[in-house]
Design a protein around this ligand. Structure first.
Ligand code: GLN
Length: 402
């Protein structure tokens, strides 16, 4: 995703057709999703977009099929089927120990993508700023533009992706409406610890700001990392909008079922935006979501163990091929340093990889506002099956370094 500071209108289009939205002109299509299309076009092994290429659990698939057969095929309540909201509340209490009211504090959306945008549209006014850690998941840039917020970026520094608390403090001010936090983090694999979350909390309290947390990778944790929801930090329960989805935890990214948990007043605004944007998420898939969220603890333990093995497998393949890897402690991506391959930048290298080597990855520049800041990085995902890793290893072995 490329955020432009000034709208670019092609002369020919400007001359022949009415002016398009100035907001839509300010960002490009998603680079992550473009890489998936390029992978298909070139028959490349797709380690770019973060979606599993292995099956979803059979009990969840069966529950979806049964719901369709049981004629649950009409609209659910716009903010989510009651049974599903009850399951979300029970799961959040089981995982994070926070009790929320499913009647007044949950909005079911079409994936966490819609939950994030609906949440931002529900709280942003002209002139508002949002603080965003950089590198950032590329959607947050267009989310800011579409909702009318001005992003203030705060750098996460490799190799451990730490931030400087004075830089974070300087990004907050009277115009700050919210901070967007993604932990475990895409693309870095950072898992924010309690002290970091308390620093964020102090600033939110000081400047009366919300926090919107994207916790979609909550169960993908390695090397003893522990996920803490910001809403559990004292003082943050009612100013945090917690976003999550079925997508990653249950390997159903194509279902588009996510949710936002927030205090009743905030939820009322999120529900209104959501209702008029999408009406609601797929009803039979919400029914299947009840089964998903009720999976036993062993399901989550196995998931984490299998992802650890996949992480180590891909770390081995990439290191062998000459990449310098930043070892992730969470989520399912590996950020790499590509300096030693001698390409002019990340986009040139990613194009070469997908066309000539047959492996797709995401250029680092898609996670930075200024593309130059990501030019030595490439992101690979490891939510893939063993045969995919084998093919990637074989192809990457043809790479030569300088
Ligand atoms: N979150 C995933 C990624 O970063 C998929 C994004 C998407 O295409 N919705 O690759």
């Amino acid at each position: 995703m490329d955020l432009k500071t000034t709208p670019a209108v092609p002369a020919s289009a400007a001359a022949t057709s009415p002016r398009l939205s100035a907001k839509a002109e300010r960002f490009t299509e998603s680079v992550i999703r473009e890489m998936t299309r390029l992978a298909l076009q070139h028959g490349a092994v797709n380690l770019s977009q973060g979606f599993p290429d292995f099956p979803a659990p059979p009990e969840i698939k069966n529950a979806a099929k049964a719901a369709i057969d049981a004629d649950l095929n009409q609209y659910a309540i716009t903010w989510g089927a009651k049974k599903f909201r009850d399951a979300i509340a029970a799961n959040f209490e089981r995982m994070q120990g926070i009790a929320v009211d499913p009647e007044r504090e949950i909005t079911v959306c079409c994936g966490s993508t819609e939950a994030m945008l609906s949440a931002m549209m529900a709280i942003i006014n002209p002139g508002d700023e949002v603080v965003v850690f950089e590198p950032f998941y590329e959607n947050y840039g267009p989310d800011a533009i579409l909702s009318g917020a001005t992003p203030r970026f705060v750098r996460l520094h490799p190799p451990d992706w730490t931030f400087d608390s004075s830089e974070l403090a300087a990004a907050f001010g009277p115009a700050t409406k919210a901070i967007i936090l993604n932990t475990p983090n895409n693309p870095t694999g950072k898992v924010f610890d309690r002290a970091e979350l308390e620093t964020i909390r102090d600033l939110c309290l000081r400047w009366n700001a919300f926090a919107i947390t994207d916790e979609i990778y909550e169960h993908m944790l390695y090397d003893g990392a522990h996920h803490i929801s910001l809403a559990t930090i004292e003082g943050m329960r009612d100013r945090t909008i917690t976003i999550n989805a079925l997508s990653k935890t249950y390997s159903v990214t194509g279902w588009r079922v996510g949710w936002a948990i927030a205090a009743p007043g905030v939820t009322a605004a999120v529900r209104k935006v959501h209702d008029f944007v999408t009406v609601g998420a797929a009803a039979p898939l919400q029914e299947a979501g009840v089964v998903a969220l009720g999976m036993p603890r062993t399901y989550y333990e196995t998931l984490a163990r299998e992802y650890l093995a996949r992480r180590d497998r891909l770390l081995g393949i990439l290191s062998q091929a000459g990449f310098r890897c930043f070892q992730p402690r969470g989520a399912y991506y590996i950020m790499t340093d590509i300096s030693r391959f001698g390409f002019p930048d990340d986009v040139a290298f990613a194009r070469y990889l997908v066309k000539e080597i047959g492996v797709a990855a995401v250029p680092g520049s898609s996670f930075y506002r200024d593309p130059a800041d990501g030019r030595t990085h490439l992101r690979f995902t490891f939510c893939k099956k063993e045969s995919t890793f084998e093919a990637a290893a074989e192809r990457l072995s043809r790479l030569s370094r300088k």
